[in-house]
Unconditional design. Structure first.
Length: 420
């Protein structure tokens, strides 16, 4: 009777050193951020930094970016890179305005969504069926969408009353929601400029004042996406196509079908963001009004680590900085210099705690530079005010790059039958 050695149980895999944020930690971070904003507002005197109008404007600017980012998340979780979000947003703005001024804003929302879905379907055919490089396909769709809508505008809006070859007639607005009593009370409390209390009132007031019904729909789409993709069998199969399509196919998953569904939904969400721009944000279609928001939405998705909550945070960050230049302009962006300086001090302390001395030194040097910039100037150049949202986005992406983890098969070529 032969004796065999009993294999020892393998050691548990070592952790990555990263802990998942729990709700108490998330609430602590949010509270700390609010205290920091209140402190910066008090020191700088930029009282509009957390006003009701500022938060309301930031939310309105963040929604189109968030919808584009949510669209990118659907596509990339299925393994398809969607650089064409910008073009799909353009289709959403045009089709939304075309239907909106003729048959009402909600019809415009639906048709704008369908216009974006059409762009998503084209991207799916090119990348999934014909296996063309995803970046090439996305760029081509962006160019085609811009040219196609420009061509259509000439003989549609150009011949309509109140329109021209570059813009549509005025679209009727979608109903706004304001909670009576609560909105006024929060606005009054915010105007007292009390430390922390007024800032919290301004943030809450911005969420209950002049809130478009379409904004409510867009916000609800974030938890809906999380539930569908992470809590249903459908979502598990879709995400498996983005992680390991060969293994998914070997288990009976129709990879092509799920990729098609994901990319069409992606285009529809981007189109909805475009319709929001035309119908809610401006009430009119204008040539070039997306302004690169599809690309910013993609950046917000990457910042959020391909998760709905993180993506929403990234979109909110861009919307907030974009709103700063509209309300208060140079004064608010100047106050932002102080905020960045304080955040860099905290980053330097954290790097020292982790015994990473070179990053700590770099953060400290930049912190001193921002403190000097804030202390020695009264305002910032107008060019920097305009560029502030984009600079903020690039800085955040650069600082968060080390913790990002994209789906393993994102953008990789796949042919049907590889799993058999």
């Amino acid at each position: 009777m032969s004796t065999g050695t009993v294999a020892k149980p393998s050691a548990a895999p070592k952790g990555t050193g990263r802990r998942k944020l729990t709700w108490p930690w998330i609430l602590l971070i949010v509270a700390s951020g609010l205290v920091l904003f209140s402190l910066v507002r008090t020191v700088s005197g930029a009282d509009d930094l957390t006003s009701v109008g500022q938060i309301s404007g930031a939310l309105r600017l963040a929604v189109p970016i968030g919808l584009a980012g949510l669209g990118g998340l659907w596509a990339e979780r299925a393994g398809v890179v969607n650089i064409g979000l910008e073009g799909m947003m353009i289709l959403g703005t045009w089709f939304g305005a075309w239907a909106g001024y003729q048959w009402g804003p909600w019809t415009g929302v639906l048709v704008g969504l369908l216009g974006g879905a059409l762009g998503g379907l084209l991207h799916a055919i090119i990348t999934v069926t014909f296996n063309v490089n995803h970046i090439v396909s996305g760029v081509a769709i962006n160019i085609l969408a811009a040219g196609f809508t420009m061509y259509l505008s000439n003989f549609t809006f150009g011949e309509a009353e109140g329109g021209s070859s570059k813009q549509s007639p005025r679209i009727d607005p979608i109903t706004d929601i304001t909670i009576p009593g609560l909105s006024d009370w929060l606005a009054d409390l915010q105007q007292k400029h009390w430390f922390l209390v007024s800032d919290l009132a301004g943030i809450l007031g911005g969420l209950v004042t002049d809130l478009s019904l379409l904004t409510v729909v867009a916000i609800l789409l974030i938890p809906a996406t999380w539930w569908i993709l992470w809590r249903t069998a459908f979502g598990l199969r879709l995400r498996s196509c983005g992680e390991n399509p060969v293994a998914a196919e070997s288990l009976g998953v129709n990879v092509y079908k799920y990729k098609y569904i994901a990319v069409v939904v992606s285009g529809a969400l981007a189109g909805l963001g475009g319709a929001f721009l035309a119908i809610v944000s401006t009430g009119i279609y204008q040539e070039g009004q997306t302004g690169g928001r599809g690309y910013i939405g993609l950046a917000a998705m990457i910042f959020g680590n391909w998760m709905p909550g993180g993506m929403a945070l990234g979109a909110g960050l861009f919307g907030f900085t974009d709103s700063l230049k509209i309300r208060g302009g140079a004064e608010n962006v100047h106050a932002l210099l102080l905020l960045v300086a304080v955040l860099l001090v905290l980053a330097a302390v954290w790097q020292l705690y982790k015994k990473k001395y070179v990053p700590a030194l770099v953060a400290a040097v930049f912190s001193v530079g921002f403190f000097l910039w804030y202390g020695l100037t009264d305002e910032v150049p107008s060019q920097f005010v305009d560029a502030a949202p984009y600079v903020t986005t690039l800085l955040v992406l650069a600082l968060s790059a080390q913790r990002l983890r994209m789906p393993k098969a994102d953008g990789l070529p796949y042919r049907k039958g590889q799993g058999k």
